[in-house]
Design a protein around this ligand. Structure first.
Ligand SMILES: [Zn+2]
Ligand SMILES: [Zn+2]
Length: 290
């Protein structure tokens, strides 16, 4: 490994989603998979949510300890930088932090209102109950998101491609509910207030897909308190610009360089929403720059 970091050893996966946001898997399934993969450290980082750490009947960190897996309490916060949606990973946060939870409660409420309105519009368009509200608003699912609706549209055969369905929704099922778009700096500050360290999630997307200047970002965000970059990430085939392994490896290497240049930490995460994605990530050749 490039450094004996607390965040980026080869058997770490510090970017995982559960049913509390837009994945189908539970924290318990993640733990069992981590054990199977011999992972030493994981972090569950749901979109704008920390319910994975206290919704379930077991105490996640106690259960994890019994299984020999360390858990860093985490989150992935939506933010905006130069008009681009940028995700901020918070590690080592106090998941019960008042300010963080007040913010999340507000976001959850607005997202629920937004999705409810979108469901109504979709069903009105098709003149039938294409989307059943109770199947979307399920227990433990705190962060209601577009993918929840898109997946139903795809499963019902109304669209064949994710992007196509997503575009259709943005044109035909737009909601009037405004969910706040906090700046990346604000979300870094929120992570710090909750006692955590802020990392930029999958920076390769912002650089290659959106053309953001990573140096400019570092110069602006490091003084606010940005601690690190998610350098190791499975970019391959996740977007139009990442159609080859070479591009992925180049991006990862350049992110390690950027981290060194600004003396930032690096982290490693799969962004898995399913167990097969979690497994596939560990089978990748280690992207070691040394
Ligand atoms: Zn993300
Ligand atoms: Zn993610």
């Amino acid at each position: 490994m490039s450094n004996d970091s607390e965040y980026s050893a080869g058997n770490y996966d510090l970017h995982l989603h559960t049913i509390v946001s837009d994945a189908e898997i539970t924290p318990s399934e993640i733990l069992h998979c981590a054990e199977e993969l011999n992972l030493k450290k994981i972090s569950i980082t749901d979109h704008d949510a920390v319910g994975a750490y206290f919704y379930f009947e077991y105490d996640l960190s106690v259960k994890a300890k019994e299984m020999g897996v360390a858990v860093i309490p985490g989150i992935e916060l939506d933010s905006y930088y130069s008009g681009v949606e940028v995700h901020v990973l918070g590690y080592g946060i106090d998941v019960k932090n008042r300010e963080l939870n007040d913010y999340l409660a507000e976001i959850h409420l607005l997202r629920r209102q937004r999705i409810a309105e979108q469901i109504e519009k979709i069903n009105r368009f098709y003149k039938k109950e294409v989307i059943i509200k109770d199947e979307i608003f399920i227990p433990h699912r705190d962060t209601l998101m577009n993918p929840h609706l898109v997946h139903v549209l795809l499963r019902k055969g109304l669209f064949s491609e994710y992007r196509e369905a997503d575009r259709w929704m943005s044109e035909n099922a737009k909601s009037s509910v405004v969910v706040p778009k906090p700046s990346t700096a604000q979300m870094i500050e929120l992570v710090i207030k909750a006692g955590g360290q802020a990392f930029l999630a999958h920076p390769g997307y912002y650089i290659l897909e959106h053309g953001l200047d990573i140096d400019k970002m570092m110069v602006e965000l490091q003084p606010v308190g940005l601690t690190g970059l998610e350098a190791e990430y499975p970019y391959f085939q996740t977007g139009p610009k990442f159609q080859s392994r070479e591009v992925e490896v180049e991006m990862i290497n350049s992110l390690f360089q950027t981290a060194r240049k600004y003396n930032l930490k690096t982290s490693r995460g799969s962004d898995a929403h399913r167990l097969d994605q979690m497994r596939a990530f560990q089978k990748l050749p280690t992207n070691d720059t040394n």
